[in-house]
Design a protein around this ligand. Structure first.
Ligand code: AP5
Length: 219
């Protein structure tokens, strides 16, 4: 099962991706998370990428595809994987198709999380994340059990540096101009499943479970 999660910033790709991983037993590859980890570790590539993502701009295609190629070639991806935040441009989608063809594999399905635009800003501005284990919370819709601390590892929660009003605006424009064309791209290829992602995380996951089963989740 090779699944692509599409949707604007704050649509819930990471939240639903975590549920999919638990249910389907395949790894989730989040390019945003990889960049944040590399920047936190102070690697040259991570610091270069931070110049882009901290402003809300997409990281150049050539930087992203090299990382993804390396990650999907790992042994834990043999049974399948979930791509969260990749591809994000038509060029990345074309390169992904070529990489997979070289491995005699192909995408099983693409889930597009569709959310009311006002909700996106509310979700992003209230998000808090754990810098240690990447768990995600929300001040009102998913607060941690102990205020300001991760339920899993106890670490102090932080606000992502790109979750500020200016970067959020840029991310939404980047999505509309560079990523949204992928909806038509994958629809033409018969791979797109549109998900109404306005409900609660559990309601959304209940709605997408049947699609996951037809795509081979758990098999
Ligand atoms: P990335 O980390 O992928 O960020 P994003 O796409 O902006 O998506 P988010 O992580 O902000 O949102 P999400 O959809 O995962 O929502 P979440 O589940 O957290 O990328 C960051 C940056 O890296 C990019 O801007 C770019 O610069 C760079 N980058 C990454 N990949 C790249 C690529 N391929 N090419 C070029 N550059 C790349 O939910 C958000 C909040 O809402 C949380 O607080 C959550 O608890 C809450 N929430 C979730 N679902 C619900 C719900 N149903 N109801 C109420 N609240 C909810």
């Amino acid at each position: 099962m090779i699944l692509v999660l599409l949707g604007p910033p704050g649509a819930g790709k990471g939240t639903q991706g975590a549920k999919i991983v638990e249910c389907c037993g395949v790894p989730k590859i989040s390019t945003g998370e990889i960049f944040r980890d590399l920047a936190a570790a102070g690697t040259p590539l991570g610091l270069e990428a931070r110049n882009y993502w901290s402003r809300g701009e997409l990281v150049p295609d050539e930087v992203v595809v090299g990382l993804v190629n390396e990650r999907i070639s790992c042994d834990d991806c043999l049974k399948g994987f979930v791509l969260d935040g990749f591809p994000r441009t038509v060029r990345q989608a074309d390169i992904l198709a070529e990489l997979l063809a070289g491995m005699v594999r192909k995408i099983t399905g693409v889930l597009d999380f569709d959310v009311d635009p006002d909700q996106l800003v509310l979700r992003l501005s209230g998000r808090r994340t754990c810098p240690n284990c990447s768990a995600t919370y929300h001040l009102t819709s998913r607060p941690p059990q102990v205020d300001g601390h991760c339920d899993h590892c106890g670490q102090s929660l932080v606000q992502r540096s790109d979750d500020n009003p200016e970067s959020i605006r840029t991310r939404l424009v980047e999505y509309a101009t560079k990523t949204e064309p992928l909806l038509a791209y994958y629809e033409e290829r018969g791979l797109l499943h549109r998900i109404d992602a306005n409900g609660s995380p559990d309601e959304i996951f209940r709605d997408l479970e049947p699609a996951l089963v037809t795509m081979g989740c758990g098999s």
